[in-house]
Write a protein that binds this ligand. Sequence first.
Ligand SMILES: [Zn+2]
Length: 116
Amino acid sequence: MHEYSIVSSLIDRAEAEAKKVGATSIANLTVRIGDQSGVDARLLSIAWETFRERTLCAGARLDIERVPAVWKCPRCGAAPAPGGPLRCFPCNQPARLVAGDELVLAHLELEVPDHV
Ligand SMILES: [Zn+2]
């Protein structure tokens, strides 16, 4: 499952960041997932529960933000009518996806001991 490798690389990234600043644990991770990214948020949560054990993320909360897809005409920049074909009729161009295919680690909340 593709979500498992995503979660394992998210945890790797988070742990690398935590080690850099001497954090002892990670409190919260916010991930932004585009509607067109092909990532299933539910599977991602399941993978998260499986992988975070015995990592710095063991007690961390995973927040998932969905990013809606945004399509635009590459020539005039007009957005196609919602629910209609992904095409700009005046320009006779297929619309291009300009947002909604991302998978981003948007926010990371680390717990750093005071005496560091
Ligand atoms: Zn157009």
